[in-house]
Structures are given as C-alpha cells and as structure tokens.
Design a protein. Structure first.
Length: 173
C-alpha cells in the first residue's frame, strides 16, 4: 500500500489506465479492495462507498461521499473534479464529462478544451445511462431519470428527465 502512495506523483497516463481502468475495474477485484486502492491512488472516497466493476476514471479528481454507490460501467471523463455527495445512488453506465471544447469557426469547430467541474449534492439518485455535462450542479435530493442528458444545473428536490433534462416533478424535502 505504501508503494502506491509513493508512486502516485509519478504515475503516467498509460500506467493509470492500465491499473485503474484495467486491473481495478475487473469483476475479479472485490469492491472493498477496489475502493481502498482507488483511495491510495488519490481519490477522495469516504467510508461505505461501493464502486462497481467496469468503471472508467480518466484522473483521480474524484470525491465520493459516505454511503454512496456507483454502479457498473460508469465513465468519469474528469479533467476537472467530479464531486458526489453522501447517500447518492449512481445507476449503470452514467457518464460524467467535465470537458468539452470551445466552439470555433467552420475551419475547426472543436477548438481548445474547456473544463468545468461537476457536483452531485447529497441524496441524489442518478438513473442508468444519464450523461452529465461540464459545469453542472445537481441539487440535493434530485432524481435524474434514466437516459437524461443534464446540460444545466438542477434545483434541489426535483425529478429531471429528457434530452435536455428538464424538471418534471417537485419532490418533498
């Protein structure tokens, strides 16, 4: 374990991808060992966090609060931090993408990279195959319906659905 902590500053993208997205993402790695090793590699993961197999992490800029579960095959394209609060449920194949591009002229539409963090506040439930785009904050106690694409902030205690996601129902506190 100490070896991983000493190596962390020198980890190359290739090594990161091989270890984190290859070995640790394997269904053969027990969840408690996966969580412990991800923490040693610099992720801020609280106790009682469950991260399923097949999850992809671009960097260690991830913070996950106590009692949260992240289901199988989630993708964290996180050039900027992804912060997930306590007691959240993240469905299968959810994509968190903190990077996009500045729109250019017709010669090259995808210009320089534009990075913005993502925040999911406490108590949220994110359905399967949701895509959360850069700069979004999902307020406390929200439900994001399966398949939604979240492009704007979500106010607390609401159900959001669709492409793009819109508030379709208010929830009690």
């Amino acid at each position: 374990m100490r070896i991983l902590q000493e190596l962390r500053p020198r980890i190359t993208p290739y090594f990161w991808d091989m270890i984190v997205n290859g070995v640790l993402a394997s269904i053969l790695v027990p969840r408690n060992i996966r969580r412990t090793l991800l923490k040693l590699l610099g992720m801020q993961i609280a106790s009682k966090v469950d991260i399923g197999p097949g999850c992809f992490f671009y960097t260690n800029k991830v913070q996950i609060g106590k009692g949260t579960w992240v289901n199988r095959y989630c993708i964290f394209v996180n050039g900027e931090p992804v912060v997930i609060g306590e007691r959240c449920g993240i469905g299968m194949q959810v994509m968190f993408t903190t990077t996009s591009h500045v729109i250019g002229d017709s010669k090259q539409r995808a210009r320089q990279v534009d990075r913005k963090p993502i925040t999911v506040e406490d108590g949220c439930w994110i359905g399967s195959r949701v895509t959360i785009l850069p700069g979004v904050t999902i307020g406390k106690g929200c439900i994001i319906a399966a398949g939604a694409v979240v492009i704007n902030d979500c106010e607390p205690n609401g159900v959001y659905a669709g492409v793009p996601a819109k508030r379709v129902k208010d929830l009690p506190n």
